[in-house]
Design a protein around this ligand. Sequence first.
Ligand code: F6P
Length: 354
Amino acid sequence: MTGGGDCPGLNAVIRAVAKAAQAGGIEVIGYEDGYLGLIENRRRRLTNADVSGILTQGGTILGSCNKANPSKYAVPDGHGGWTIQDVRQRVVDHYHQEGLDALVAIGGDGTMSGASKLIDMGLRIVGVPKTIDNDLECTDVTFGHDTAVVTATDALDKVHTTASSHHRVMVVEIMGRYAGWLALHAGVAGGADVILIPEIPFRMDRVIAACEQRCRHGKRYTIIAAGEGATPAGGQQFVDRVDATSPDPIRLGGVAKFVASQIEEQTGIEARHVVLGHVQRGGIPSARDRGLATLFGSAAFDLIQRGEFNRLVVYQGDNINSVPIAAVADKVRTVPLDYHMIRAARAVSTSFGE
Ligand code: F6P
């Protein structure tokens, strides 16, 4: 089952789990659209032909959903609104009806939070850490992140040339929710002059000072990589929408527009903003993500074979380990302020708008 927001590499994990299982003569069932498939009992048998040739495909052949958490499931209340119900028993019934030995839950913190609540009901689950945001606890990296970094870096590279031609400030909004990993990694790789991340509240006067200083040094353009969760000091995060049907209803967005308009208003320098959005979740997985996804998938199957259930496969140092799923549920791993990449960015004169 693939849950939460999709990302490149999901199919590579499905392939790895299924191929390892099939080699051992074990039948594999794929549940459709994340927990929704388990709630509604929508599933299909995955044959070797189903999982062959999907290593490089983006998205997920099973479909995904970032709204269906069985313990907090939104159903229409009959008055045009929504009410939240606990439908875990339905999932438990479907699991036992199908005679499953274990469920492989491929997802991020929301999926692991759902898994943890199903483990409480007696299900046997193994987790695989997915998300472009890289914000899952206990693992150095999640698959999907690297491809998103490559995509966002490519966008920064492209924005560079037009910014330079028009002598503008270009503000690029990068996903990542409440963690700045994606904006930071892409910002450093794409040579952004200013990087704004949720972990370091920014001041507009400092951001403007960085743009003006570049002008004084003859650089007539500035590139700003803004994580969608970046927040002005003393202010609020920018919320694009609130989705009442989602257990995690806040969708961030708007910081790049704010920063660009402030720069124009306060300096007269022409500024534009670009929101990369879901482009960052698409495309073929990078070589690193294909490898990581294959490692994670085969390690998940190893855990099942060893009877080590209710654990999440993780990457720590250069090793594949596992931790209890409960240890990562409902937690967000943010960028530590002493992270080496922050230090390296500062060393090359990148501003964090402090
Ligand atoms: O968690 C992955 C992610 O792409 C975040 O970076 C982003 O904030 C969110 O999902 C967007 O969610 P949705 O697909 O519901 O718009």
